[in-house]
Design a protein around this ligand. Structure first.
Ligand SMILES: C[S@@+](CC[C@H](N)C(=O)[O-])C[C@H]1O[C@@H](n2cnc3c(N)ncnc32)[C@H](O)[C@@H]1O
Length: 283
């Protein structure tokens, strides 16, 4: 099931490998606290591997987009029909301003979100300090919007799903026996050096990475299974998800990624898929 959004770090290509890492369907509640483009949830739900689900993210505008698709997909499709077509390039900044003015809920908000995601530069989602979406116009021939059938399929998969605006700690602490959690946090930068552990400007610095690993370990001790993605770096394997704390490295897939803004420097980088739980946690 292809996601609706383009999302930095989207896991569409790794969804099967991440599913295999869990080893079995989820018999309890499935939690995904960094939902982004939702590719892993959509893949597993479409395969019948998930019943109850809690999907969350700190990005409120993103969660409201999924709520609108879940609750009023026809309304979202109607609003999408009203978005600019031929004159999309000239009207991009008008739509961006309207999006930033809100309201950030309902079908119109969802349509603007999707349209900006498809018309903006590289499908990026970025906000300035005032919380305004500030991605410039993209360099496309036309704006490609997913088909109505795809929206309806995704709306179907979202029925009954609990969608929340929350930081990961608030959600992982609910996971216990029989539950599964997939964590796809903002990654440790590939350039991370010793200084990253001491000081990092990123809102998801070393302390947050360690807090996520600790929350995962505690959930595993309660009987949950947690799978996590990150860059495959010694720092990640040895300090954040160490074997001594009960983590195992399930896979180290290579992914092709635009590692700089320039297209020509697309390169292969390695990711790690780590797992912990249920229960038998060393250390
Ligand atoms: C790498 S993306 C997830 C990509 C997603 N798995 C996909 O396939 O598209 C990371 C997400 O984490 C969210 N995020 C950042 N800090 C967070 C936090 N403290 N708690 C929860 N979500 C957070 C971001 O808003 C972003 O959507």
């Amino acid at each position: 099931m292809r996601p609706i959004l383009k999302w930095a770090g989207g896991k569409a290509r790794l969804a099967s490998q991440i599913t295999e890492a869990f080893g079995e369907p989820c018999t309890g509640t499935y939690y995904e606290p960094f939902i982004g483009g939702a590719s892993v949830f959509l893949h597993r739900k479409a395969k019948g591997q998930i019943g109850d689900a809690v999907l969350s993210d700190v990005n409120e505008k993103l969660i409201e987009l999924y709520k609108a698709i879940r609750d009023d997909v026809d309304g979202v499709l109607t609003e999408l029909m009203r978005m600019p077509r031929e004159d999309w390039r000239e009207r991009y900044y008008e739509v961006r301003t309207a999006f930033n003015e809100g309201p950030w809920e309902g079908p119109r908000h969802a349509a603007r979100f999707i349209w900006l995601n498809r018309a903006g530069f590289n499908g990026l989602y970025r906000e300035n300090r005032k919380g305004e979406f500030n991605v410039p116009v993209g360099r496309y021939a036309k704006v490609g919007i997913p088909s109505p059938a795809q929206f309806r399929d995704i709306a179907q998969l979202l029925q009954g799903v609990d969608l929340r605006v929350a930081s990961f700690e608030q959600v992982i602490e609910e996971a216990s026996r029989g539950d599964q959690v997939y964590c796809d946090p903002p990654y440790v930068p590939l350039s991370a050096t010793a200084s990253f552990t001491a000081y990092c400007k990123s809102p998801f610095g070393f302390d947050a990475q360690v807090a996520l690993a600790d929350a995962s370990r505690t959930a595993a001790l309660r009987g949950a299974t947690v799978v996590l993605s990150n860059h495959d770096l010694p720092l990640v394997r040895e300090r954040i998800y160490p074997q001594a704390n009960g983590f195992t490295v399930v896979a180290r897939p290579a992914v092709t990624r635009a590692i700089s803004r320039k297209k020509e420097s697309r390169g292969r980088v390695f990711e790690v898929i780590a797992k912990i739980g249920p229960r038998a946690v060393a250390g």
